[in-house]
Design a protein around this ligand. Structure first.
Ligand code: 13P
Length: 252
């Protein structure tokens, strides 16, 4: 099982350090059976790295530019993220696709650059409410997987994580039902097996209003391997409770 916290554009320096140190403390027993990742804003990566340094909690970034160095004002390269200690990088989050017009092809370049620098991309996919209502959810997610993973090959399953985050469930308090999420996860699993072969066990996370009180039902679905947590990851107790639900599911 795998649980990552996407802090988005929240926290200041002190709050980020405090949250990271609390996450380390509260997830300590469960981080033996769950991969626990925190993804703070880029400017706090270094401070958070200091807090997670001697723990099982690992560090992820929320975004990356698909190039090593150059005249790209304001951007952060995979080399820089690797240098500051990131193991994971979220790419193609729906907020990036929606507000910054990131295309499937651009997301695909990011995936390749992150892998080239031996970090693991957490590739986000997910349909809008309009797309779901028009019965296009699988078409959209299939297209996002093709754009994000075209030309990618795997040597082992740890090189890639996929997160299904239906746009209509993000920050809305409205989660996909466990059955809805499971159906899409099964579709994604089939797509990944057709693409890479059955030998790679790529974790598929669910994201969208995951909270301590719905995590157990979601994580008990056969194709849900964990969660990508937004709002609830800003509270160490809530985040740790979600990690505990993942650990209980792993131990079952
Ligand atoms: P919420 O958990 O706040 O709905 O956010 C989900 C998300 O976007 C994680 O990347």
């Amino acid at each position: 099982m795998f649980v990552a916290g996407n802090w988005k554009m929240h926290t200041d320096h002190r709050a980020a350090s405090r949250l990271a140190s609390e996450v380390v403390r509260l997830t300590e027993p469960d981080a033996r059976v769950v991969d626990v990742v925190v993804c703070p804003p880029a400017v706090w990566l270094e401070a958070v790295r200091e807090q997670v340094r001697n723990s099982r909690v690992t560090l992820g970034a929320q975004n990356v530019f698909p190039g090593e160095t150059g005249a790209f004002t304001g951007e952060v390269s995979p080399l820089m993220l690797k240098g500051v200690g990131c193991t994971y990088v979220i790419v193609g989050h729906s907020e990036r696709r929606q507000y910054f017009n990131e295309s499937d092809a651009f997301v695909g370049e990011k995936v390749k650059q992150v892998m080239k620098h031996e970090m693991t991309p957490i590739l986000c996919v997910g349909e809008s409410l309009e797309e779901r209502d028009a019965d296009n959810a699988e078409t959209v997610v299939g297209r996002q997987l093709t754009g994000g993973l075209g030309g990618v090959s795997l040597k082992h399953g740890n090189q890639l994580v996929v997160a299904y985050e239906p746009v209509w469930a993000i920050g809305t308090g409205r989660t996909a039902s466990p059955e809805q999420a499971q159906a899409m996860h099964a579709f994604i699993r089939e797509n990944l097996i057709a693409r890479f072969g059955a030998e790679y066990n790529v974790p598929i996370l669910y994201g969208g209003s995951v909270k301590p009180d719905n995590a157990t039902d979601l994580f008990s679905q056969p194709d849900i391997d964990g969660g990508l947590i937004g709002g609830a990851s800003l509270d160490a107790e809530s985040f740790a409770a979600i990690v505990r639900a993942a650990a209980d599911s792993a131990r079952r």
